[in-house]
Design a protein around this ligand. Structure first.
Ligand SMILES: Cc1cc2nc3c(=O)[nH]c(=O)nc-3n(C[C@H](O)[C@H](O)[C@H](O)COP(=O)(O)OP(=O)(O)OC[C@H]3O[C@@H](n4cnc5c(N)ncnc54)[C@H](O)[C@@H]3O)c2cc1C
Length: 288
């Protein structure tokens, strides 16, 4: 039994860990020179200058001859999702999304926005999409290189976004702001707390897809980011299921809300019933 890992990027430590949980041989198929550790074998597909990873789908498909009982893992990122879909189509295999756990020939998937669990069993090969996690640590496994003809696509220009990228999935501490904040400039209170705590700033969906005060990669929930930090501080967030589905694997949850009946308190290990405009400055001052 083999677990195949498709890697267009070095942030695949969670996939390597999942491969170890499944057991058997672990083979990484990388697009270009991507350092992967902790696997038995690395097959590197030569990527020419300016060739996007997606254009190498034919080579990735050829390099992943998964058989019954095998699992193909890909990180939940745009290029890897495309490559995973190409492999699934060629293998006539199902794609598993929303993975909670994965073993040889069975998996648990989160359904209905994370409030339910679905158990699935599979006999043939499957393709599973999960958070890639951090970059692998340690010495990279020496790669065997293959070439081949991909699709004729080439990147002719790139333009940087003026929005800084954030990797919330890797954050150990998160301060998440919700609609309890009355104005964009009030988010400075949350930023101050982030600095004092060494935390990343996140938010509920309305702040990213409504007021647009924060970038979309900062909102947590069923249609946003899935996070599992050591500490998740929810400030002025009511705790609707669409939000909590993305943070209910946090180790410690602290909620600050002026409504003692807010559902977020059901998820909280520690709660402060109070006005965030009073609580945040006091907390930041105490930590600073
Ligand atoms: C299909 C679908 C997908 C969705 N996906 C997501 C998702 O991925 N992520 C997500 O977050 N949402 C998502 N939503 C939206 C979700 O249903 C909620 O509307 C949203 O999470 C509410 O955000 P909120 O808690 O910030 O705001 P609210 O629900 O308005 O809560 C604001 C909270 O702040 C408190 N508050 C107000 N003033 C203060 C103060 N001064 N001090 C302290 N507390 C205060 C209030 O008591 C209240 O509890 C989705 C909705 C749909 C329909």
């Amino acid at each position: 039994m083999t677990t195949w890992i498709i890697a267009a990027d070095e942030r695949v430590a969670s996939l390597v860990e999942a491969a170890h949980t499944i057991g058997g041989e672990a083979v990484a198929v990388t697009v270009g020179a991507v350092a992967v550790t902790g696997v038995d074998k690395v097959v590197q597909i030569e990527a020419g200058e300016g060739v996007p990873a997606e254009a190498l789908a034919p080579q990735v498909v050829a390099a992943v001859p998964a058989a019954a009982g095998d699992v193909v893992l890909a990180a939940n990122r745009p290029a890897e999702r495309v490559l995973a879909a190409a492999v699934a189509a060629s293998l006539n295999a199902p794609i598993l999304n929303g993975l909670v756990s994965l073993q040889a020939q069975s998996a648990e998937l989160a359904v209905y926005g994370g409030i339910g669990l679905e158990s699935v069993a599979f006999a043939g090969p499957v393709v599973a999409i999960l958070d890639g996690g951090l970059a692998c640590e340690g010495e990279a496994v020496a790669a065997e290189t293959i070439t081949g003809q991909g699709f004729t696509a080439r990147v002719v220009a790139t333009e940087g976004s003026d929005v800084a990228e954030v990797n919330l999935a890797a954050a150990k501490r998160i301060v998440a702001a919700g609609r309890g904040f009355k104005a964009e400039e009030d988010l400075e209170l949350a930023r101050g707390l982030c600095s004092a705590l060494g935390a990343e700033l996140a938010c509920s969906r309305p702040l990213a897809e409504g007021t647009n005060w924060l970038a979309r990669d900062r909102y947590v929930g069923v249609s946003g980011q899935n996070v599992s930090p050591d500490v998740y501080l929810a400030v002025g967030i009511s705790g609707q299921v669409q939000h909590t589905a993305g943070m209910n694997n946090s180790k410690v949850v602290i909620a600050i809300n002026d409504d003692e009946k807010a559902p977020i308190f059901q998820f909280a290990d520690y709660g402060v019933v109070g006005d965030l405009y009073t609580v945040l400055p006091a907390l930041t001052a105490e930590l600073g």
